[in-house]
Design a protein around this ligand. Structure first.
Ligand code: TXA
Ligand code: MG
Length: 356
């Protein structure tokens, strides 16, 4: 694609300078593309109701055209224009979790173009919990379609630097407001099926959803690579390769930390003997016990919030260090652990060793 000039706009995350937000909003109104922070990861935004603008997102990211986008709104009321109907359960979810990292799949209204939903008759909608994202949508005066602001196949960006690395020269502007808070993407839940179906675990946990909804089904691709027929995959994003680091990634899973650590070190030694550059994704306690070329800690072993916040940045850092193999410790599937393990397992192409 033709190289573009990408504006870098710095703002204060909690209280963004309105004159700077207006520059970005003007770009959106004119049909351009702007990367902006949300509470989860950085998104690459364009006017969700303008099919030409939306196409620019697909081109900039190299995103397959059959992978639909999330439409971001700045108020709860905006959802009414975008959907055909609003089931009662959905109103409960909005009351409890918006603004926040919960994306709702609903029947789309006619104003949402097919390009935004990749031809589906449903639309994904969320209201982000980030002052910069909310100010941008409000000033633009239109809902903003935004996938994560990475090149297709790379980990989602949690820093403006990640966006620059992937998309500089390919988009009109990047709003830099520092690191994002949650670090993994929003939870995606399909509210068009009889029983709500979790398509992607994320910032709002399965436990939180069950508290409100009672029954929630877990789509089989959330945790394992089932050989599903492509037509049976409800969220097109699931069939695309995701979050893949350049290095080979292996996950060691199990119940006992000691057993996991022994296996991590054993595999690391095997690769080092072969002359490979080996990285280990450890935690604050275990990192001192290993011997490898590059050792990084995702955080306190029991602090899943911290691990989620660091995960994508660390995957990118391993790539920068040109390691051949990364061996990662698995964690439990409780709370946001489900989202963390879903991303890690995908990044590892389900290359998992279980020590139990
Ligand atoms: O936290 C997030 O969700 C971030 C920030 C920027 O909001 N966005 C994000 O977008 O992660 P993206 O495009 O990387 O992931 C959206 C996921 C994809 O897996 C896509 O297939 C799914 O949502 N999706 C979008 N519309 C859908 C629909 N109508 N039906 C089913 N799945 C849908
Ligand atoms: Mg993405």
């Amino acid at each position: 694609m033709r190289k573009m000039e990408t504006k870098i706009l710095k703002v204060t995350p909690s209280n963004p300078e309105i004159h700077v937000i207006k520059i970005a909003a003007e770009i959106i109104k004119e049909g351009g593309t702007v990367a902006f922070p949300t509470e989860t990861v950085y998104g690459l935004g364009a006017n969700a109701l303008d099919s030409d603008a939306v196409m620019k997102i697909f081109i900039a990211k190299n995103r397959p055209a059959d992978n639909p986008l999330i439409v971001h709104v700045s108020s709860k009321e905006e959802i009414h224009f975008l959907v055909e109907e609003l089931p009662e359960k959905v109103e409960l979810l909005i009351e409890n979790f918006w603004p926040g990292p919960l994306t709702l799949i609903l029947k789309k209204s006619k104003i949402v173009p097919n390009e935004t939903t990749a031809g589906l008759n449903t639309v994904a909608i969320r209201m982000p919990k980030h002052e910069v994202a909310l100010a941008l949508i409000e000033q633009a005066g239109v809902p903003i379609a935004a996938p994560s602001a990475n090149l297709a196949g790379k980990p989602s960006p949690t820093l403006a630097e990640h966006v620059k690395k992937d998309l500089y020269g390919r988009i009109d502007a990047i709003i830099d407001a520092g690191p994002t808070n949650i670090g993994v993407e929003s939870t995606v839940i399909d509210m068009t099926s009889a029983v709500p179906m979790l398509l992607r675990p994320g910032g709002i946990t399965l436990e939180q959803l069950k508290n409100i909804l009672g029954k929630v089904e877990l789509h089989p691709t959330v945790l394992s690579e089932k050989s599903l027929l492509v037509e049976k995959i409800p969220s097109p994003g699931m069939k695309h390769r995701h979050y893949a680091p350049n290095a080979k990634l292996i996950i060691i899973e199990g119940k006992k930390m000691e057993k996991i650590m022994n296996k991590v070190q054993e595999i690391a030694h095997e690769y080092m003997k072969e002359g490979k550059k080996v990285g280990i994704l450890a935690n604050n306690e275990s990192k001192f016990m290993y011997n490898a070329d590059v050792i990084k800690s995702a955080g306190n072993r029991n602090d899943f919030t911290e691990i989620a916040r660091n995960l994508f940045r660390l995957l990118r850092e391993f790539d920068e260090e040109n390691v051949d193999v990364v061996i990662a410790e698995g964690i439990s599937l409780k709370g946001i652990g489900l989202a963390i393990m879903n991303r890690l397992r995908k990044a590892a192409s389900y290359n998992i060793i279980n020590v139990d």
